[in-house]
Write a protein that binds this ligand. Structure first.
Ligand code: TGC
Ligand code: FAD
Length: 390
């Protein structure tokens, strides 16, 4: 048998179908050519300088809502969508986040719970990157426990009136439409809020030390009056936004494999070229131990992502499968990024190398879409049958 390829040790990609490989290559080529050369600069600037241009480019690439059917979406397999997330996050978690929030959160909410009119009005434009969406669930006092939200939607004649504040909303200040989750007399429901509606304001959050190549915002809704058909009619209860989260969490299960792979590849290259004590640091036993642990984490996480993707394509993926993947793969990517950072010595703390950028991004990835603790508790509940959330 052939010796393992250091960059695909378990030859996982050899198990991909041709269509999946094509999508992997298309997204990887685009990301390497168009995004990688600029991402350190965007990260340093703490923003995405041209979010509309980027949205259009992602639309042309076909990655927005690529796993959804109809309305201008590609209807690709879950594995193909996962591979796209992996290749984007190999460049930066913030770029994968752009695609997750647009496709897996905002578009998925409209696709799952919207009326035919809402789907036709928004999904084709969002798939093409001509309209940007955001997803407002988290609030200043309601993060892991979204059921405690204070944002309210009340009926006023045929209209709805929304009041409340959403916090940490990706792409909030550049969105055309916000999917806002609010408590009503009938439980939690979703609303489509065009961002030019009077009473809606989005404020960009500054001074982040993580996910800097991404726009994060506060949404303030003060007496936002919407027509009756702004309600997502199929939404009913907390389970509705949570079912969208499963889609985005699934993308993260794959995405972080990309971040980990990029850190491992950088470490492997650096170890071969950096010399100390008369030879490359790759020759030291302690360096080899780090590299062995990295390649193990990258491959185990890749295997987990692929298995969960295959379950999803077979219609057999439970949300606790996704929790297991998010819990394990994010932690694995964090271990790889930290080890790669240390292996780069002083160079590792700069933006000349990708490792610390990935390392600090992964702090956000471990927090959003359900913190490490929330997924541990979901898995704990799944295996014991006992809830320890409250
Ligand atoms: P609980 O009573 O357990 O559940 C309420 C209802 O929802 C159902 N459910 C789910 N359904 C689908 N998918 C899931 N993952 C689900 N988890 C629970 C559940 O069966 C129940 O249904 P029913 O019919 O019985 O009413 O609710 P709880 O209040 O105890 O909370 C459960 C908990 C803690 C797991 C949940 O609230 C949670 O996941 N919290 C974390 C919040 C979170 O992840 N926020 C993310 C915000 S969006 C974001 O971060 C975007 S980042 C940008 C990017 O993705 O790149
Ligand atoms: P908290 O819920 O206050 O948690 C604080 C700590 O307490 C954590 O360690 C947590 O694990 C722990 N904890 C909480 N409950 C328990 C428990 N029962 N048992 C044990 N420990 C517990 N949200 C959106 O809606 N849309 C977005 O687009 C979005 N984008 C984001 C982008 C960025 C850059 C960031 C950082 C966040 C984003 N979020 C978004 C918000 C994100 O989903 C929340 O930050 C996350 O759900 C955690 O909520 P919190 O920050 O309020 O932490």
């Amino acid at each position: 048998p052939a010796a393992p390829d250091p960059h695909d040790f378990l030859a996982l990609d050899s198990t991909l179908a041709e269509e999946e490989r094509d999508i992997r290559d298309t997204v990887r080529d685009y990301a390497t050519r168009e995004l990688l050369p600029h991402v350190a600069e965007w990260f340093e600037a703490g923003t995405l300088p041209d979010p509309r241009g980027l949205a259009k480019a992602f639309g042309d690439l076909g990655v927005f809502g690529m796993h959804l059917e109809g309305y201008g979406c590609a209807g690709a397999s879950a594995v193909a969508y996962g591979l796209a997330c992996r290749e984007l996050e190999a460049v930066d978690s913030g770029l994968r986040s752009f695609v997750s929030v647009q496709g897996s959160l905002a578009m998925a909410a409209i696709h799952k719970f919207g009326s035919e009119e809402q789907k036709t009005a928004w999904l084709p434009r969002m798939a093409a990157g001509e309209a940007i969406g955001c997803f407002g669930l988290t609030e200043p006092d309601s993060g892991s426990d979204p059921g405690s939200m204070r944002t309210r939607a009340r009926r006023d004649g045929a209209d709805w009136v929304l009041d409340g504040t959403k916090m940490w909303i990706t792409n909030g200040s550049v969105a055309d439409v916000a999917v806002v989750w609010a408590a009503t007399d009938d439980g939690i429901r979703g609303f489509l809020v065009p961002t030019d509606t009077p009473g809606f304001q989005a404020n960009t959050i500054h001074r982040k030390l993580s996910l800097r190549a991404s726009i994060t915002s506060e949404l303030v809704l003060e007496g936002v009056r919407l027509p009756g058909d702004a309600l997502l009619p199929g939404s009913a209860g907390l389970g509705s936004p949570l079912s969208c989260l499963n889609e985005a969490r699934y993308g993260i299960v794959w995405g972080v494999v990309g971040a980990a792979r990029a850190c491992y590849a950088a470490a492997l290259e650096y170890a071969a070229t950096r010399e100390q004590f008369g030879g490359p640091i790759a020759g030291f036993q302690l360096t080899q131990r780090k590299l062995a642990e990295m390649v193990l984490d990258v491959n185990q996480a890749g295997l987990t992502a692929l298995r969960i993707g295959r379950l999803k394509d077979a219609g057999a993926c439970h949300h606790n499968h996704v929790s297991l993947g998010k819990f394990g793969n994010v932690a694995a990517a964090q271990r790889v990024a930290r080890a790669a950072r240390s292996l780069h010595g002083a160079n590792g703390i700069t933006l000349e190398y990708p490792v610390m950028r990935h390392m600090v991004n992964l702090e956000t990835v471990a927090t959003y879409e359900g913190t490490e603790e929330i997924h541990a508790l979901s898995i704990g509940q799944a295996v014991t049958g006992v809830s320890a959330f409250r």
